[in-house]
Design a protein around this ligand. Structure first.
Ligand SMILES: Cc1cc2nc3c(=O)[nH]c(=O)nc-3n(C[C@H](O)[C@H](O)[C@H](O)COP(=O)(O)OP(=O)(O)OC[C@H]3O[C@@H](n4cnc5c(N)ncnc54)[C@H](O)[C@@H]3O)c2cc1C
Length: 307
């Protein structure tokens, strides 16, 4: 990772040092975020999911919200997820759901968080749907993995989580999760983590990312590979072809608003593609992370805004 890109990412993640971005985000808020967020309401988001379906792209819907301040708030997010699952069934669209553990109360009360997530997963199971627990920053890694393992041990297998290539601990977590055959989304990692726990260079993250993808493809354990990186996508395609790994053993995932043409192209080539579709009024932290990942995302937003 170059000094320039590290500075850019960290500046945005800590949200200091780029007054222009701060001003744009706070003054133009919703309009800026609409490049990456599919609307404020469930109805708006489902309309976008229907459009994606026409291109052969599946979805995972995320009702935005994280770091809630009281457990009652977490309870109302849980209710939103129950409604979301009902909405998916009623519209008959191809979508599962993604949720953040801190949105369900993980930072406040682990037992209540577990009960909230369990209720969402049980509701999803009744609707033959699947719940992906997003991975947040390292204070929550172990507890998130523990919750998912516990749900599986209870027989609730329609739940999976995410492993981040930038964390040192992931090497062991991949083995544990493979052993338990828990469905995973594999990512590079989006949060600011210290050199004590995470690789800091792009090259090291890439090596780790490829290693975890390879282990899953080799074992034919259904896996979601979430990346916009051409290098990763073409490497996966080549590796799968060379090792006769069928296209239905994995899916590519990308974020709503990013590389939409490439998403449609992959779908037209017969790959399974799922778009992560966030919606809701709590767009700010999600939006800031997208800007932090890539300076070009800021340009995309500006272009969209002045169209
Ligand atoms: C569906 C999904 C779910 C995710 N869930 C989580 C999660 O639960 N927890 C978590 O920590 N992180 C999550 N992430 C974020 C992830 O960890 C990375 O921060 C993010 O995907 C950026 O890494 P990248 O591999 O996409 O590409 P980057 O490392 O950002 O970029 C690498 C290269 O890819 C190409 N590229 C990237 N973006 C673009 C673009 N917009 N246009 C053109 N070229 C581009 C460029 O060549 C670039 O140099 C998720 C990502 C996705 C896609």
């Amino acid at each position: 990772m170059s000094i320039g890109s590290t500075w850019y990412r960290q500046s945005l993640l800590t949200f200091t040092g780029i007054p222009l971005v701060e001003k744009l985000s706070t003054s133009y808020g919703k309009k800026l975020a609409s490049r990456f967020v599919a609307g404020e309401t469930l109805g708006e988001a489902l309309n976008e999911v229907e459009k994606l379906g026409k291109l052969g792209i599946m979805a995972t819907l995320d009702h935005l919200g994280e770091g809630v301040h009281d457990i009652g708030e977490a309870g109302s997010y849980k209710e939103q997820y129950v409604k979301l699952i009902d909405g998916i069934t009623e519209r008959g669209v191809s979508s599962n759901v993604s949720l953040k553990p801190t949105q369900m109360g993980l930072a406040l009360d682990q037992a209540a968080c577990y009960a909230n997530i369990r209720e969402v997963v049980k509701h999803a199971r009744r609707h033959r749907n699947f719940v992906r627990i997003d991975m947040e920053n390292t204070p929550y890694t172990k507890s998130t993995l523990d919750m998912v393992k516990r749900l599986h041990a209870e027989g609730l297998t329609n739940v999976g989580t995410v492993l981040q290539a930038y964390l040192f601990r992931t090497e062991q977590d991949v083995k544990d999760m493979l052993q338990a055959r828990i469905s995973l989304r594999l990512v590079k990692g989006a949060y600011k983590e210290s050199a004590e726990v995470a690789f800091q260079s792009k090259a090291e993250v890439l090596v780790s990312f490829k290693s975890m993808i390879k282990q899953h493809l080799d074992r034919r354990v259904y896996t979601a590979i979430a990346s916009h990186d051409d290098q990763i996508i073409s490497w996966v395609k080549t590796y799968a072809r060379a090792h006769r790994i069928p296209k239905n053993v994995f899916e590519f995932q990308m974020l709503y608003g990013l590389r939409m043409k490439e998403q449609a192209q992959l779908a037209s080539e017969g790959y399974r593609v799922r778009c992560y579709v966030p919606y809701g009024s709590m767009w700010y932290p999600y939006f800031t992370r997208r800007l932090a990942e890539k300076p070009a995302n800021l340009l995309l937003v500006l272009k969209h805004m002045f169209k």
